[in-house]
Write a protein that binds this ligand. Structure first.
Ligand code: WT7
Length: 639
């Protein structure tokens, strides 16, 4: 009911927009044309509309990506081969022969055209204390840091671990690595010392960059102390560069280098290294379902091109817009849509240091008003949280700057989608539910990957991006809907650091000839994709497959007394899905074991139910370790 109302009003809005575009083109004396949207499309014969452009991008993928790469990146020397990929070996190479420097693409070329444009807005924990950094300033910081890293012995091919909250020096550290040819390994500054040590050891870093303390939600966090604990067990580490986020002094050892003090001694010019397209840009660890976290490897040219193109088209980002992605830089979302995509496009990007509820649940929207944010990109888990606090927290602030709202990380349930659109966006901003993964480097499925006026269906990622060819394949469980991608794209991960075999086994062996995402999906009769969640989250009940996301979408509405809850939940599931879908067993807990990025660790729940608590697997990304103990003891009590 809600959905169909929705579609009706969106359609009315689009047709009036179409008319306006048409009138405006007539006044200019030219017809509406694809080239005005994507300049390189002029060269693609026969392409006259967005669906034609999409088809071209997948059918003529060499010509498409070749033209886009030449148009959008600055090359030191041109590439000779667009792609050289073979899924059977997990071989993925793009733009071979080409040389470029990622930091030049993100900084120098914008400094030439608009040095005083704001590159970063650092939205510090305390509202109203934001700091703006121009492209000229960011280039200076990056060069000084690059020179300092070189002075400290960091060489091309080394891997520097960065353990910092979102802040300009963290971005400058990433770009400084790119400038001198080192790889970075950003570790979320909420991870424990053990999780950090694991990642430093696996990456074999000799250098760690951190801050004395972090500040989040009004609380001071001793990040340097966590690094001290971690490096005790990391023989590779020779030095720790320490920036000062707070005024408080912290204990420094011989190994520690005061970052600001030392970088101020360095020159503001640092010669960029000519990197090969396929040299490593960064490692980023993501939790595997068992065993050790995997260090996914992303390389230079393809990754940069893919993140900048998706940033431009999925969010309809234009010059002068302020892009507000509230993720942490420690996640792929932060790498791709706080740092590389926006900066490659010469954009203004926000670094959000705080939480959605500090100092109150109006924080996001107060920030939107104060900074004039045009695109807001956040996670369903935060939207669901804020929704519970009521509309007033949103309506207190002027959100007229907003043009596009984005969602990422997990399926966005209907209620949250509807609230995001109706309340946050005042019903006038498209909501783009973007599906992708650390492995994919950038957004692969999103409602408006090209046509800024296309229809949007609530709660659906819908349309593949340029060059992305999804395939739904049979799963071993029942009927077919394992989401795979059938040809290579420039943004995809190249390997797992030091474990290429694990890479091919995980992503290319399950469905030979395809990249396997691990997610389940449906395709509607219109050809739109709906992601239903991880396939390992699927429950099989008497041959019926149920995605846990589907069940959660139903039960999320209810928050009542524990004793009436179970019965009501069963009734709701039975009404909304089917009798067979009713859970046999309902356990109420204070909170579920979640990763710090908000994903429920379902494999842990499964082990608890199977009474196999000795083999819980990798728990390093767990947000609140007590949650697991609570689930275990509650389960023992009940069963
Ligand atoms: C997994 C990837 C992508 C950056 C943040 C997470 C789930 C992500 C959606 C979405 C449904 C989604 C998938 C995917 N996911 N976006 N829009 N709808 N599910 O990166 O930690 O690598 O997680 O997140 O299950 O496989 P990640």
């Amino acid at each position: 009911m809600m959905c169909s109302l929705w579609r009706g009003s969106l359609l009315t809005l689009t047709s009036s927009l179409n008319r306006r575009v048409f009138q405006c083109c007539r006044q200019l004396g030219r017809s509406y044309n694809i080239a005005s949207c994507m300049p390189e499309a002029v060269a693609f014969q026969g392409v006259s509309d967005h669906s034609g452009l999409y088809k071209f991008s997948v059918n003529e993928s060499d010509r498409f990506w070749g033209a886009v790469a030449r148009q959008r990146l600055s090359w030191i020397s041109p590439f000779h081969t667009v792609q050289n990929c073979d899924f059977s070996q997990g071989k993925i190479k793009w733009f071979e022969g080409g040389k470029l420097n990622v930091s030049v693409n993100c900084l120098d070329r914008h400094v030439q055209t608009c040095p005083e444009r704001v590159a970063l807005i650092w939205e510090r924990d305390e509202p109203g204390t934001e700091v703006k950094i121009t492209y000229r300033q960011l280039l200076e910081l990056t060069c000084r840091l690059g020179n300092l890293l070189k002075r400290q012995g960091v060489r091309r091919g080394d891997c520097v671990t960065i353990y910092m909250p979102p802040c300009p020096l963290a971005v400058a550290s990433m770009l400084a690595c790119a400038r001198i040819g080192a790889a970075h390994n950003v570790v979320f500054a909420g991870f424990s010392s053990e999780a950090l040590a694991d990642r430093i050891r696996d990456a074999q870093s000799s250098t760690v960059i951190t801050v004395n303390q972090g500040v989040r939600g009004g609380k001071v966090v001793d990040l340097k102390r966590t690094v001290d604990q971690a490096v005790q067990n990391c023989p590779s580490v020779q030095q720790v560069l320490v920036a000062m986020r707070t005024e408080n002094t912290v204990a420094m050892t011989d190994r520690d280098v005061p970052l600001e003090e030392e970088m101020m001694k360095e020159d503001v010019v640092c010669e960029p290294v000519a990197m090969d397209s396929e040299d490593v840009l960064f490692l980023l660890y993501t939790s595997g379902s068992t065993g050790k976290p995997k260090g996914l490897v992303h390389t230079q040219a393809g990754y940069l091109l893919y993140t900048s193109l998706t940033h431009r088209y999925v969010f309809n980002y234009h010059d002068g817009d302020v892009f507000g992605c509230v993720a942490d830089i420690g996640w792929i979302t932060g790498h791709s849509y706080i740092v590389y995509g926006p900066l490659c496009n010469g954009g203004t990007t926000v670094l959000f240091e705080s939480t959605p509820v500090y100092p109150n649940p109006g924080r996001y929207w107060e920030m939107v008003e104060r900074l004039g944010i045009n695109q807001f990109y956040g996670a369903p888990t935060a939207i669901r949280l804020l929704l519970k606090y009521g509309d007033e927290w949103v309506q207190n602030y002027n959100r007229s700057s907003l043009k596009t709202l984005g969602s990422v990380g997990e399926p966005i349930n209907t209620e949250a989608w509807e609230w995001y659109h109706r309340v946050v966006g005042d019903g006038r901003c498209p909501v783009v539910d973007t599906w992708w993964q650390t492995e994919t480097g950038g957004i692969c499925i999103a409602p408006r990957p090209s046509d800024p006026e296309a229809e949007i269906v609530p709660g659906m990622a819908m349309r593949p991006f340029y060059g992305i060819k999804p395939a739904l394949l049979d799963t071993e469980v029942v009927t077919g809907d394992a989401l795979c991608i059938s040809q290579a794209w420039p943004g995809m991960a190249r390997t797992i650091h030091n474990h290429h075999q694990r890479f091919t086994e995980t992503y290319f062996h399950p469905y030979p000839g395809f990249f396997f995402t691990g997610d389940g999906a449906h395709r509607s009769k219109e050809g739109y994709y709906q992601i239903v969640g991880r396939l390992d989250d699927v429950i099989n009940v008497s041959g019926h497959r149920l995605g846990t996301a589907e069940l959660e979408d139903v039960v999320i509405y209810l928050m009542v007394e524990e004793d009436v809850l179970a019965q009501q939940l069963r009734e709701m599931v039975s009404r909304s899905i089917a009798k067979y879908a009713c859970p046999d067993f309902i356990q109420v807990v204070r909170c579920l074991p979640k990763t710090r990025s908000g994903k429920i660790m379902r494999r842990v729940l499964r082990k608890v139910v199977e009474r196999n608590t000795d083999e819980l697997g990798d728990l390093s990304t767990l947000d609140d370790p007590d949650s697991v103990h609570e689930v275990i003891s509650g389960h023992r009590r009940l069963c």
